[in-house]
Write a protein of this length. Structure first.
Length: 259
């Protein structure tokens, strides 16, 4: 079984476009892509609707045991159909979302990471593996990226992949599994939290240690403190929606918390 704790908060003054959804043996974290100001998305529903709809569409295939890329592909198809033909889904600025999924399947722990919502796997021997789909950070020409460049590289070879209107993007996610017996805990984060590592000099080990010792809400407080104290790089938003999830594992049938 999984023991799950999470904290999520919008950017100050904004609407939270992150989303967490969980079942008895799985957790998914989504981070909707905020539409640039003044840009027409072609969608009458908006990013929060897309994230909620996509998250709910994951429930059936993930709980049915579908391979995670297939489960995500099915959820993207359901979400695409839910637009009802009223939206221009060929618009390169149409709503999209990152997706990270962790699922316990028997003796293994499976993961999927699509775009920049990484997963940290803390092993019982103290080692840490971070699954980080950072392709959006390596687009042609380097930062700062123009809006048109990002739009042109979305869901394309050599660019980056994200959950939007293309079910095939799910098969470009980073996926894998590890023996559950060797996992102490898992952290799942949106990029509103991982800026602690990317911008403010925190190590992944320190990030995981803080979540383990104090809970995921501590990370949200720390990122707001860092933003206020140090500002953000020229290409970064002053604040972002922030979500952190902490998962402890216990053997099947064991109600004790993981250690």
């Amino acid at each position: 079984m999984l023991h799950v704790a999470y904290a999520t908060a919008p950017a100050p003054g904004g609407v939270n476009e992150d989303y967490v959804i969980a079942g008895p043996a799985w957790v998914a974290v989504l981070d909707g892509a905020t539409a640039p100001r003044g840009v027409e998305s072609g969608c009458e529903h908006g990013v929060p609707w897309l994230v909620r709809t996509l998250a709910r569409a994951l429930v059936e295939p993930v709980e049915a045991g579908d391979p995670l890329p297939e489960a995500l592909s099915r959820a993207i198809t359901v979400t695409k159909d839910a637009h009802g033909g009223t939206c221009d889904l060929g618009n390169p600025y149409s709503p999209s979302s990152t997706v990270a999924i962790v699922r316990r399947a028997g003796e293994h722990l499976e993961y999927l990471v699509l775009c920049d919502s990484p997963v940290g796997v803390l092993h019982t021997d103290g080692t840490l593996d971070v699954v980080d789909d950072d392709r959006i950070g390596h687009l042609p020409g380097g930062r700062p990226y123009s809006l048109d460049l990002v739009a042109s590289q979305r869901n394309r070879r050599g660019g980056f992949w994200v959950a939007g209107a293309d079910p095939g993007a799910a098969f470009e996610a980073l996926t894998g599994s590890v023996p559950a017996a060797g996992v102490r805990a898992v952290g799942m984060f949106t990029d509103g939290v991982t800026r602690l590592v990317e911008w403010y000099g925190r190590s992944w080990e320190a990030l995981m240690a803080a979540a383990a010792a104090h809970g995921p809400a501590r990370l949200l407080a720390e990122v707001r403190e860092a933003e206020s104290a140090h500002g953000t790089p020229g290409h970064g938003k002053p604040h972002d929606d922030a979500t952190a999830v902490w998962i402890s594992l216990a053997p099947p049938g064991d109600g004790r918390p993981g250690t």
